[in-house]
Design a protein around this ligand. Structure first.
Ligand SMILES: *Cc1c(COP(=O)(O)O)cnc(C)c1O
Length: 378
């Protein structure tokens, strides 16, 4: 089954012939009075609606197990809670800000060390110590869209007995399937493309490993950061259009990238593979598309504020993946927790703008960008 069909048809045959699944709101479920057993017992541990969503999440990824959480951060925290006292996790310095905060402020209290490295692509055997139990990867990176070779990281990490956890939020299983490349855990902020309408906070974890799956089920039950039934249902419905939305968003993004590259008043345009031929080759070998997030800088002669004020369609807001285009300034809006030196080092200038392209008609988005660029000329 192809992914667009799986998104629509993984769940079937509901009571009364309904073509969409029911929502089960019960917090508690009756048990058999003799055996004291039941399919479900209490909503936090498992419930029918979340279970249906988790079936879809696993199916889209071709994974054995799927888990739904109340946010992307709850999903990431659950994945990292598989680490024990004394363990170390390697992460890219440019990792998502919330993940940085969790690793920097919360994990040390649990005896787990996070080591941030500038370039995961340059990782070698020397970077691993006996304590290194996991490597956390984001490819493409945010907002530079730099690419990391997943097969290479998997090979290195596994040789040293470390897990590979991939945050696949920017690609989704539509464009990249890290488990098939050997990764152990995939986390996603479902708030972004999976939900896709900027109206739902959720997270997902998928894995093929039964032991890791047991640890994630424990994280759901013991830490409780699970997705509620109504939100699980809404995500099931949103996922039905994920491949369709992303296809349109990506086509729009490709057009915008080509257009902005033609303009002399735009300085640089970053899009997966744009940093080097080598990164382009790696990305093409591990993903089937380049997604719908790009970043760019205006030429120095242009006024950024006037450009942003003149833009009609993209909302000036953090987040990404929604049907509506969003634009933000990473230095002040998403990567403000990094020091200015760390940002400069990661290639995130004060002027860089990140655009998450929506499903609007590309002609309107291009005309809007053009008129805003004209308005920004000093
Ligand atoms: C948004 C985001 C997260 C966190 O997800 P929430 O749903 O906001 O908790 C994690 N990783 C990436 C790459 C993100 O963009």
């Amino acid at each position: 089954m192809h992914i667009q069909t799986a998104a629509v048809h993984t769940l079937r045959d509901f009571e009364h012939g309904a073509v969409v699944p029911p929502v089960h709101l019960a917090s508690t479920f009756e048990l058999d009075r003799a055996s004291e057993e039941g399919e479900y017992a209490y909503q936090r541990g498992a419930n029918p609606t979340r279970a249906q969503l988790e079936t879809v999440l696993a199916a889209l990824e071709g994974a054995a197990h799927g888990f739904a959480f109340a946010s992307g951060m709850a999903a990431t925290a659950a994945a990292l809670s598989t680490l024990q006292v004394g363990d170390e996790v390697l992460l890219p310095a440019s990792v998502y800000g919330g993940t940085y905060r969790f690793v920097d402020l919360v994990l040390p209290g649990r005896g787990v060390t996070g080591r941030f490295v500038d370039d995961l692509g340059a990782l070698t055997d020397e970077d691993f110590t006996p304590a290194t139990r996991a490597v956390f990867v984001e490819t493409p990176a945010n907002p530079t869209l730099r690419i990391t070779d997943l097969r290479r990281i998997v090979e290195l990490a596994h040789r040293h007995g470390a897990l590979v956890i991939v945050d696949n939020t920017f690609m989704t299983p539509v464009l990249q399937r890290p488990l098939e490349l050997g990764a152990d855990l995939v986390v996603q902020s479902a708030t972004k493309y999976l939900a896709g309408h900027s109206d739902l906070l959720a997270g997902a974890v998928t894995t093929d490993d039964d032991e890791l799956a047991a640890a994630l089920a424990l994280a759901q039950k013991a830490q409780g950061g699970v997705l509620a039934p109504q939100d699980s249902f809404r995500l099931i419905q949103s996922l039905k259009t994920l491949p369709l939305r992303l296809e349109r968003q990506q086509a729009n993004a490709e057009e915008i990238v080509a257009h902005l590259r033609e303009r002399e008043d735009v300085r640089q345009v970053w899009y997966p593979g744009s940093h080097s031929a080598e990164e382009a080759r790696i990305h093409a070998s591990q993903a089937t598309g380049r997604g719908a997030v790009l970043s760019f800088e205006l030429a120095p002669a242009l006024d950024r504020t006037r450009f942003l004020q003149a833009l009609r369609y993209p909302a000036y807001a953090v987040s990404l993946g929604g049907v509506e285009s969003l634009i933000c300034r990473p230095a002040t809006m998403t990567h403000e927790a990094m020091t200015p030196e760390a940002r400069a080092h990661a290639g995130i200038s004060e002027e860089l703008l990140r655009l998450s392209v929506g499903i609007e008609d590309a002609r309107d988005l291009l005309a809007d960008l053009d008129q805003a660029l004209e308005a920004a000329a000093r």
